[in-house]
Design a protein around this ligand. Structure first.
Ligand SMILES: Cc1ncc(COP(=O)(O)O)c(C=O)c1O
Length: 388
């Protein structure tokens, strides 16, 4: 039998783990968990199409599968740092996808009860990790009615003296909205004046249509940038992301977290990433041309679809349209028929804790013909559901 102090210890441990892990719907119901085989038209992804390894033409036979530099492969960090003037490669730390970077930032900066402000809706982890830590989360809503635009003054008004950090995602997931460079710089000035940190999840940064913002962390030691190769380049399988900070003390804390979780990022992943990024400009030109075409397909479809309305995205390969309220559509039936009868998968609104009338449509992952067919299936399913 355990003694009294052991019982007390066990009770304490089960009452309040440091992070209360709970699987998120966006991961439980993700296409890879649902089974790619059961989906004909996959409009649920937020990246461009996944790249087959053979297309990279790499010969990795000489690679030694050793531990490596804990911050990340130096050549890779050099390429990443070169994306904005003023950054040093040692201000970059590679991580297992942007997901691990976000986890490291939240667990490094937050204690239970700490105040933080996060844009809502958002990529689930940006909310979920602070929530499971037990932080005092204040949402800053982006609304359809306001064109999913981030109002910097309204956001600033939420910052308190005790706020640890403000978390924004630009270009935004799931809406594809952006802010201007002037607004980013103004927000950073506010953050500096208030003395908290700004986390910018810029996983979709290079996919801005009119503007590609500077790496936010290059603008101030109060800013932490997070990104990865998953979305813009279609390499989620190498799980290669990074965070950037000019703040040496924060960098040491983040490195300590990384060393405790995975020591260093896989040398295989880092070598593939490095080789790929040696031809970054070439890849990016091709990817941007593809996005341009896909966006036009989305515009044409929405213009012809009276049962849907949208806010046109400004970056990335997702948008967050909704079924018009007047359709009174049974959304449970809609999602069921859409997948089971029409073989089409989308990111349902509840993935983003939003009304299920909204759905995230990814237009960069499917082939062009699949995208057109998937949109057609959405239109047909809507008509099945509303009975016209
Ligand atoms: C905004 C945002 N941040 C981070 C991630 C995590 O991506 P990864 O860990 O593959 O880099 C995602 C994935 O959907 C995302 O949309």
């Amino acid at each position: 039998m355990p003694c009294r102090s052991q019982v007390h210890h066990i009770a304490k441990v089960t009452e309040r783990p440091i992070v209360r892990y709970r699987r998120m719907p966006i991961e439980v119901e993700s296409p890879e968990q649902t089974g790619y085989g059961s989906i004909a038209y996959n409009l649920a992804e937020s990246s461009i199409a996944d790249v087959p390894f053979r297309d990279l033409n790499l010969n990795l036979n000489d690679l030694v599968l050793s531990y490596d530099d804990h911050l990340g492969k130096p050549g890779l960090r050099e390429i990443i740092a070169a994306s904005s003037p003023g950054l040093h490669p040692d201000q970059v730390m590679t991580t297992v996808g942007a997901a691990a970077a976000l986890f490291i930032v939240a667990t490094s900066l937050l204690n239970p009860g700490d105040h933080m402000v996060v844009v809502f809706p958002n990529y689930a982890t940006n909310i979920e990790t602070p929530r499971q830590i037990g932080a005092n989360i204040e949402f800053h809503p982006l609304t359809f009615e306001n064109g999913y635009q981030l109002d910097i003054d309204a956001l600033a008004a939420r910052i308190r003296p005790e706020t640890r950090y403000v978390s924004i995602t630009v270009p935004h997931n799931p809406t594809g909205s952006m802010i201007s460079e002037a607004d980013l710089r103004r927000l950073i000035q506010i953050i500096e004046a208030k003395g908290c940190y700004l986390l910018v999840d810029e996983t979709y940064r290079e996919m801005g249509y009119e503007t590609v913002l500077p790496v936010a962390a290059s603008l101030s030691p109060r800013v932490i940038s997070v990104s990865s190769l998953s979305k813009t380049y279609g390499l989620p399988g190498i799980r290669l992301g990074w965070l950037i900070t000019q703040n040496d003390q924060l960098r040491e804390t983040f490195l300590a977290a990384k060393e405790q979780i995975f020591i260093n990022t896989s040398v295989l992943d880092e070598t593939v990433a490095y080789q790929y990024l040696l031809n970054k400009d070439e890849h990016l030109a091709r990817i941007k041309a593809m996005i341009h075409k896909r966006l036009q397909i989305m515009r044409d479809w929405i213009a012809e679809e009276p049962l849907m309305e949208w806010v046109e995205p400004q970056g990335g390969v997702v948008c967050f349209p909704r079924v018009v309220a007047s359709a009174s559509a049974d959304m449970d039936l809609f999602y069921k028929l859409l997948l089971e009868k029409h073989g089409t998968f989308v990111g349902a609104g509840h993935w983003f804790e939003s009304d299920r009338r909204h759905m995230r449509l990814g237009f960069g992952w499917p082939k062009e013909g699949e995208l057109i067919s998937g949109l057609d299936q959405i239109s047909q399913t809507l008509r099945d559901v509303v009975g016209i």
